[in-house]
Design a protein around this ligand. Sequence first.
Ligand SMILES: Cc1cc2nc3c(=O)[nH]c(=O)nc-3n(C[C@H](O)[C@H](O)[C@H](O)COP(=O)(O)OP(=O)(O)OC[C@H]3O[C@@H](n4cnc5c(N)ncnc54)[C@H](O)[C@@H]3O)c2cc1C
Length: 321
Amino acid sequence: MSILVFLEHHGDELQKGSLGVLAKAAQLGAGDVSAVVLGSGVAGLAAQAGEHGAATVYVGDDPKLEAPLPQPRVDALAQLVKERGIETVLFAQSILTADIAAALAARLEAGLNWQLVDLEARDGTLVGKQSALGDTVLVDVGWTTTPRLALFRAGAFDPVPVGGAGTVEQLDVSFEEHSLAAEMLEQAHEESTGPSIEDADVIVAGGRGLGEPEKFALVEELAKALGGAVAATRAVVDAGWYPYSAQVGQTGKNVAPTLYVACGISGAIQHKVGMQSSKTIVAINKDPNAPIFEFADLGVVGDLHQIVPKLTELVRARRGG
Ligand SMILES: Cc1cc2nc3c(=O)[nH]c(=O)nc-3n(C[C@H](O)[C@H](O)[C@H](O)COP(=O)(O)OP(=O)(O)OC[C@H]3O[C@@H](n4cnc5c(N)ncnc54)[C@H](O)[C@@H]3O)c2cc1C
């Protein structure tokens, strides 16, 4: 069975989620595992892919692939799948890969399963696990034809460096005229000092219980003391208290940090689905009946305005500053 993992990169860094999917593919032991890196000036990224378990790393290095636009990548992947007879293409879900996978599915008339949280090799084929009914159950999903395409939820797997060195193969991509019609006019990078919520090991999240946007400073201070990132609920994002990029949940991001501290968050199902895979959930809420206490590992009933600053102080003292 041949499995290809699409590796998304930002600048000169392969994304953690993509490397996690590559690690999963390698662990399956179900056949040839290759990876593909597409961009401009990306040849140097191939070594990282080899270290994370790809036996072959395809590199499409072309100025036409510089902008993070989907269609030129669909050309490259469609060509690769057809020429090498690849049976499975896996993606870590992101805004870019959701577009690429959907367009590739249309181009190849292939089946695409999305929002997968796991994958296993069973009876000579692959079976995905997809959460359903608001994340209350996991269902098995499969493919009736090849190529099989799959998008995995952010944070589904951790990268595992195995120290290998993949064979690098350069791709000579032929682009469709229509695929080059879109042009990226501007790309902006959000200024942030800490880790992104997708990569953070610790997340401190704030909800409407903060009372006002200025009180996000409490959450930010605690996140800083813990070396973590700040997340938010949709209620506060919709109210304009915090940017959408920090929203966790059904219509935001899925995260799975080691520690998730929820401050003034009720724990609505739409928020829960985005953070319930966190290893330890700590909830601070003044309402003992708040739904978040039903799935938190540790609950503190009380006013966050008193608890959070004290907690930050304690963390700083424990960490020596
Ligand atoms: C289609 C759809 C998609 C959605 N997608 C998302 C999503 O992606 N992400 C998301 O988060 N939501 C989403 N929602 C909204 C979701 O249903 C909830 O409305 C939202 O999560 C509530 O946010 P909250 O917990 O900040 O606010 P609230 O529900 O208002 O909860 C605030 C909590 O703060 C507590 N509190 C108040 N004051 C204090 C204090 N001083 N100290 C301690 N605790 C205090 C209260 O007891 C309460 O539990 C979606 C809804 C729909 C319909």
